[in-house]
Ligand binder design. Structure first.
Ligand code: ZN
Length: 433
């Protein structure tokens, strides 16, 4: 992808992907139009060299594979992973609370670790999936939903009632963070406001809705910011920017590679990856195993293939913040626009070691992409990500990387267009090695 297209492409992708479920839908559509065919877990798989396939799990994680033309055991897999989920709010069952004055607010639960106060006083909407009564109890019908228009707001208390608000303001997730949905105008709306909205949006009857996974998102959308439009500001840059980069690199990759190219966008990284669609599950290892078997490889040859494989685990990292220099490592603080970050940690929170870092640095070098290193300031704890969790399922060599961003887990994070371009170039170079 050209630099001129990168900002708008990422902006559109973020706006079309307000939550994990809809991000999975967005990626499916892009893959379908690039000729990838969907595989289902319950079917028999007959995959051939050169095939382009994808697979979804729980409607919220997605995996794409371009089967290599070479022998699988000798050429192995080139894997790029990222995650589809971002910290936000999830609507609880029986969510409506009617207060004095006919005000309806929704009972929500925090998903992952958002910076809570960034969610105040912003128009919000709802997206996710709704489960409708199906042919059997075991097979409810899924409908994806994105209300698009702003329907919710979490109003802040006025400063006049909390003069100390700017000196630090502890927040209760249960009391302070509940969004307002509307004012009741008819008695029939009591307890039904959200369901009525869903029914009219999906064109279904209330009696058909059995359950839902609904998440809140800010409707403002992604914006290019800065004197030269160098920044991109949006919710969910962590980690949809990496999902976008992996998807573009996969779609644009050569069709005659010897190695099998793999993109894995897992769900639930923000809650520890421990679900059936998360990186700690066998979902991706099983997909790769089934593809190998379909190509007539034995289990031993599949393990041989993993030894000839490499994985790039891509999740955003922290850019040097001009107001908080003291929070960063004195010699390794990646800057905005300085290229992809290789993440390292002495206590092995990342899968990176000197060898895998060297591999990634060479991949970047080949693509004329600069590379930076992130290690924590030794008095700051820091986070973890997908790489090491996945190695519990498949013994594979790999590296944890990401782009530098500000305000990780804010509902408006900031990265740069040039770093997105660099990462797409690095991923393309990796796939086409
Ligand atoms: Zn992340």
């Amino acid at each position: 992808m050209k630099l001129e297209q990168t900002g708008i492409s990422l902006q559109n992708f973020l706006n079309e992907s307000p939550c994990n479920f809809i991000a999975t839908q967005t990626i499916s559509k892009h893959l379908e139009s690039a000729g990838f065919k969907q595989l289902h877990q319950k079917d028999n798989w007959d995959v051939k060299p050169g095939d382009k396939v994808y697979f979804t799990k729980n409607d919220s994680s997605i995996f794409a594979i371009k089967v290599g033309k070479g022998n699988i055991s000798d050429n192995g897999f080139r894997i790029i992973t990222a995650h589809s989920d971002s910290p936000c709010f999830r609507i609880k069952p029986n969510p409506e609370i009617t207060t004095e004055g006919g005000i309806v607010k929704l009972n929500t639960e925090v998903y992952g670790g958002p910076i809570l106060y960034t969610w105040f006083d912003r128009p919000l909407s709802v997206a996710g999936r709704v489960l409708l009564r199906g042919k059997s109890a075991l097979a409810p019908e899924t409908k994806f939903v994105n209300i698009h228009r702003p329907i919710l707001i979490i109003p802040h208390l006025p400063i006049h009632f909390n003069r100390a608000v700017n000196e630090g303001n502890p927040l209760s997730k249960q009391k302070d963070m509940l969004p307002v949905l509307g004012l009741i105008t008819e008695e029939a709306e009591r307890g039904n406001m959200l369901i009525n909205l869903l029914c009219s949006h999906l064109n279904v009857d209330k009696s058909e809705i059995i359950d839902f996974d609904l998440l809140l998102y800010p409707t403002a959308g992604a914006a290019l910011v800065g004197a030269h439009n160098e920044f991109i500001c949006s919710a969910r840059i962590d980690d949809l920017s990496m999902a976008h980069a992996a998807m573009i690199a996969m779609i644009e990759s050569n069709d005659d590679n010897q190695a099998t190219l793999v993109m894995g966008i897992f769900d639930n990284e923000e809650t520890g990856s421990g679900t059936k669609q998360g990186a700690a599950s066998p979902v991706l290892a099983n997909i790769l195993r089934r593809i190998s078997y379909s190509l007539n490889a034995t289990e031993s040859q599949f393990i041989q293939a993993t030894a000839n494989s490499f994985m790039i685990s891509a999740d955003n990292g922290h850019a040097f913040h001009p107001n908080y220099a003291e929070k960063f490592d004195p010699t390794n603080h990646p800057v905005q626009g300085g290229g992809p970050i290789i993440k390292m940690n002495a206590n092995c929170k990342y899968m990176t070691d000197a060898k895998s870092a060297a591999v990634f640095a060479e991949i970047c070098n080949k693509a004329n992409v600069p590379v930076q290193y992130f290690v924590n300031h030794s008095d700051v704890a820091g986070g973890s990500t997908l790489g090491n969790i996945f190695t519990g399922q498949m013994e594979i060599e790999g590296v944890d990387v990401g782009n530098p961003i500000w305000a990780m887990h804010s509902c408006c994070e900031t990265g740069t267009v040039i770093d997105q371009y660099y990462m797409i170039s690095a991923f393309s170079s990796f796939y086409n090695l």
